[in-house]
Design a protein. Structure first.
Lengths: 178, 153
């Protein structure tokens, strides 16, 4: 099953339409899309607009390939499962996001094993062909946790405020006025 | 202020989506702590096991009413939990938690999303003025008060 997701926050009809078209051209009936708050209604793929996290996880786990906006939730989800992912960045100029950080994300993750970037809807077909060659290769899964250095830094922060001696006044962050 | 032998009380805050996924990847840092989680989708409750779990509505700066409602809920959670430490990966609810953390004497940490490769997020820039510690996941964005200690990947 190919699982398509655009996240819950903003429409991304350009991606959904492109996948719908691709599925028609390739006579695929194994595509399921989470389409979000978009206006476009797919005609060749099954879809739901929103999914609860448990259903979403189930779809991601069942998929042999993910096609998604260049959102970190989608990318990390795919990497953790070792599932190949095709990402298409949203563009602010098309009203698909508030800024172009997904373009930067896509550029940054482009070389990463298991991640293929389709720069736009015209690049989707080629991206899907590249992935077809990859899908059979067993993929290393990303660990479930952040890097050890970051975890250590957060942990040190949590415990740094504690001392053996009692403190009579709570520490407050800089600029603490709410 | 806790007696030293009590486990630290941590409030972990993140919006649904990429922010939440990144926050959850930090969970080994919370081992041994009393953790409560605050997010914007009730569907995540099952992921946190026996830890306390709260939700607020998702909101951003383009919807002021939703933002105000969200801020009130976040304030309620902070006052109820009275955490020693607040950790957030964003976005707006995390910013509010860090702001309100001052009311209960919490130390606060903002970890900017790994999605922000070229510059700190808007809420991160705002939060960095209030948080005890602000972290970016990209070395090229570190500088001044903003540190890089690694990434969620």
């Amino acid at each position: 099953m190919i699982f398509v997701t655009v996240g819950a926050q903003l429409p991304f009809d350009r991606l959904v339409r492109a996948v719908d078209q691709w599925a028609l051209e390739h006579a695929r009936d194994d595509v399921f899309a989470q389409t979000g708050p978009g206006a476009y209604v797919p005609t060749h793929i099954a879809y739901e607009r929103f999914m609860d996290p448990a259903s979403f996880t189930h779809r991601v786990q069942s998929a042999s390939l993910i096609i998604a906006h260049a959102g970190m939730g989608s990318i990390i989800g795919a990497l953790e499962l070792g599932t190949p992912i095709v990402i298409m960045p949203r563009r602010a100029s098309l009203g698909e996001h508030r800024n172009d950080h997904q373009l930067a994300t896509a550029k940054r993750f482009a070389g990463r094993p298991g991640v293929i970037v389709a720069a736009d809807e015209h690049g989707l077909g080629e991206a899907m062909e590249r992935v077809a060659g990859m899908a059979a290769t067993p993929r290393e899964k990303l660990s479930s946790f952040a890097s050890p250095s970051l975890i250590a830094a957060v942990r040190d922060f949590i415990y740094a405020g504690r001392s053996a001696a009692p403190v009579h006044a709570p520490a407050s962050p800089r600029g603490a006025s709410a | 202020m806790p007696r030293p032998q009590q486990p630290p009380r941590v409030l972990a805050v993140a919006s649904h989506g990429g922010h939440w996924v990144q926050l959850r990847r930090l969970r080994p840092a919370f081992e041994g702590c009393r953790v409560a989680w605050l997010t914007t989708d009730p569907g995540h409750r099952a992921e946190v096991g026996a830890d306390r779990f709260y939700t607020t509505r998702d909101a951003n700066r383009w919807n002021k009413l939703a933002l105000a409602a969200s801020a009130l809920k976040v304030l309620w959670v902070v006052l109820r939990e009275r955490p020693d430490v607040i950790v957030s990966t964003g976005a707006a609810p995390g910013y509010f938690a860090i702001r309100f953390g001052g009311l209960v004497g919490a130390r606060t940490l903002w970890l900017d999303s790994i999605a922000n490769v070229e510059e700190l997020s808007m809420s991160g820039q705002l939060a960095s003025k209030k948080a005890t510690v602000t972290l970016t996941q990209w070395p090229q964005l570190a500088g001044g008060d903003i540190r890089c200690e690694g990434a969620v990947l």
